[in-house]
Design a protein around this ligand. Structure first.
Ligand code: ADP
Length: 397
């Protein structure tokens, strides 16, 4: 069964095509259509025969998917005989009102996602716009949404709740829903294979453009640093992270701005960028190294907050068997990994500095004798979405 997994931006369509009939679950092709809506858009696909780039006018995501299917079915170089071979398009959907799990996209699902456009301003609007268009223009291909909140449905109620009036939680869904579910699920599954046991206590640190920690035991989420929205928890590249809501009236009064303007700043001009003006952790590390005090502060605050959640989840799980770093920062930044693990010997967490410096791809970073294993594992969110899409299709038969 061939599943196309889509990653949508407001002007981009990135995808991977999986063949899940093959037990090794290979990626047959991956590609991207960028600058959708511009006069000319580059459509790139990486095929076994090599990369192929076409420039074409791509006015919307519907045309982008058609372009991608054309490239995948090219008689000379493509990997599909016909577009009919694509059993479904799976989406890593973020959040919807009163809805989670893995579901076929229909008008009810779209309305539930649209109802949370303001809760997930960077994610839901481009997804619902593109999904509506695809449902209209390519009705023959089933669209499946695998929600990021699904993995966290196992979080026990006391860890899910905010201390707000009961009606807010039960009727309005004001709870810690948790996100990055596909990534944390991948880490749970992969670590069970690596450790050779499914009952391990794992703290998964997904650190990237947006970041979260997740406490996992027996393969199930027990807590996540992300709460009601993707703007919560750790500071993100440009999103705020945890903030006392009673800061809001002060900011509204002092700036004279509207609530929408202030929320826009919190979702787009805050986080690490709000502190130091830089968005990419590589630039922040370089600037801190050159003595930029604001960049140093942004790094230290990020590390402090990661350690705050790490400590909390060590207590949640009663210790840990493994700590795993993943995401663009977790997989690449030795500086962050070293700083997060520093002076945690009392907890049985000891990083091997040499292994940390030379780590590439999937590797163990803990010192010999460290009670807690430390790993870096490249995440594969798309594979999780492909599997979930396949499972939903299979269950529907
Ligand atoms: P997203 O959350 O957008 O999917 P990624 O998981 O790809 O993001 O992470 C992107 C971030 O990873 C970049 O913003 C950058 O800060 C960080 N990153 C990538 N490579 C490195 C590196 N070699 N050292 C430090 N940080 C890195």
């Amino acid at each position: 069964m061939k599943i196309l997994v889509a990653n949508l931006g407001s002007t981009s369509f990135k995808y991977r095509l999986f063949d899940l009939a093959d037990p090794s679950e290979p990626v047959l092709a991956r590609g991207a259509v960028e600058r959708i809506g511009a006069a000319s858009s580059p459509c790139t696909v990486h095929l076994p025969s090599g990369p192929q780039i076409r420039e074409a006018a791509v006015p919307d995501h519907g045309v982008a998917v058609r372009m991608c299917l054309e490239q995948l079915t090219d008689p000379a170089t493509g990997v599909l005989k016909s577009a009919d071979e694509v059993a479904a398009i799976g989406f890593k959907a973020v959040h919807a009102k009163h809805l989670s799990g893995v579901v076929r996209v229909n008008s009810e699902v779209l309305e539930a996602m649209e109802a949370y456009a303001d809760v997930c301003p960077a994610h839901n609007p481009p997804y619902t716009k593109a999904m509506r268009l695809l449902a209209d223009k390519l009705p023959e291909i089933p669209l499946i949404a695998a929600f990021e909140t699904d993995f966290h449905q196992s979080i026990p109620e006391p860890a899910k709740r905010y201390a707000v009036p009961e009606e807010w939680a039960t009727k309005f869904g004001i709870k810690r829903h948790g996100f990055h579910g596909a990534s944390h699920r991948f880490i749970a599954t992969r670590m069970a294979q690596i450790l050779g046991r499914s009952d391990a206590r794992i703290i998964s640190c997904h650190l990237g453009g947006s970041s979260s920690l997740c406490a996992i035991s027996n393969g199930k989420s027990q807590g996540c640093s992300l709460g009601m929205s993707p703007q919560s928890g750790l500071p993100h590249n440009n999103r705020v992270g945890d903030l006392d809501v009673f800061a809001l009236p002060v900011v509204l009064r002092e700036t004279g701005q509207s609530l929408e303007q202030v929320l826009h700043t919190l979702a787009n001009k805050s986080g690490l960028e709000g502190i130091c003006g830089l968005n990419d952790l590589r630039d922040i590390e370089a600037a801190a190294g050159q003595g930029n005090a604001q960049a140093r502060l942004a790094l230290d605050l990020f590390i402090t907050d990661i350690r705050r959640y790490l400590g909390s989840f060590l207590v949640t799980l009663g210790g840990a068997d493994a700590i795993v770093f993943t995401g663009g920062i977790g997989e690449n930044s030795k500086v962050i990994r070293e700083a997060v693990c520093r002076d945690l010997g009392w907890f049985g967490i000891e990083l091997d500095p040499a292994k940390n410096l030379t780590a590439k791809a999937e590797s163990q970073l803990s010192a010999d004798g460290s009670r807690v294993q430390i790993w870096t594992v490249p995440t594969n969110e798309e594979l999780i979405v492909a599997r979930q899409t396949r499972d939903l299709l299979a269950a529907a038969v």
